[in-house]
Design a protein around this ligand. Structure first.
Ligand SMILES: Cc1ncc(COP(=O)(O)O)c(C=O)c1O
Length: 242
């Protein structure tokens, strides 16, 4: 593996991948250490903020334990500069119970994604996500690509569908990274993706009927586009659920 050849550590950002698999291994076990977010909307979410770092290395584990506790292993004695990143007990208790349902929730997400795939297949203008044959996707997000993304986003919003963009600005164009000296055009693939991606609603409680409605609304958008009718006129024709 590339990292072994060059003596590199592999850190996994598994924040959107609780329960996902790659070549038979679970995310979190693919590298030297991994981070999972327990932000409330994640596949496994706390009732507030939270997260976890996992590793099989004792050295790394001790280092992480120091870092999360202000660099202190003995109270009021600080061997390194750390931070306060302790998971509070209430969140841990909630997560411990919710963890038991993670597998079931992931299966429900996968079933909904399958339904989206089936219903959106062949719709011109829509690119659906691909699951690699050696991977198990857990669909924290179900992201399609559409060239008329902003128009479709508004169209959906007007018809009661809350879609999202994850994420609208690539890292190299974030103001915080301006000091790195990159500009528009430096990463054209990421920039194009940022303009086309659209996250459709997905969460275990969503129903197949909801998915059908979202897909029909998307199909209507393209139907109207093809007829060349202005969208406002099409929208006022009624029959649309708000
Ligand atoms: C891929 C990815 N990495 C990291 C994070 C950060 O997680 P947190 O907000 O818990 O710090 C997120 C959260 O949205 C994420 O989606």
């Amino acid at each position: 593996m590339l990292a072994n050849e060059h003596g590199l550590a592999v850190l996994e950002d598994a924040c959107q991948a609780h329960g996902a698999e790659y070549r038979g291994s679970r995310t979190g076990a693919l590298g030297d250490a991994a981070a999972f977010s327990f932000y409330y909307s994640k596949n496994l979410g706390a009732y507030g903020e939270g997260g976890i770092a996992v590793t099989n290395s004792r050295d790394l584990a001790s280092r992480l334990q120091l870092l999360r506790n202000h660099g202190s292993s003995t109270r009021y004695y600080h061997s390194i500069l750390g931070m306060n990143s302790r998971l509070d007990e209430i969140q841990a208790a909630v997560l411990r119970i919710k963890l038991r349902r993670l597998e079931g929730w992931n299966e429900e997400r996968r079933a909904l994604a399958g339904e989206y795939n089936r219903r959106l297949a062949g719709l011109p203008g829509v690119v659906t996500p691909v699951e690699a044959p050696d991977a198990r996707h857990v669909y924290h997000l179900y992201v399609i690509r559409v060239e008329e993304r902003d128009e479709l986003l508004d169209w959906l919003k007007d018809r009661g569908v809350h879609a999202g963009i994850h994420y609208p600005v690539p890292i190299h164009l974030q103001e915080a990274c301006r000091g790195l000296g990159y500009e528009e055009g430096d990463f054209p693939v990421a920039e194009k993706a940022a303009k086309e991606i659209l996250s459709l609603p997905i969460y275990p409680e969503l129903t197949i009927d909801d998915v059908a409605y979202v897909c029909q609304t998307i199909s209507d958008f393209f139907g109207d586009e093809r007829t060349g009718r202005p969208q406002a006129a099409a929208a006022s024709e009624g029959g649309m659920r708000k």
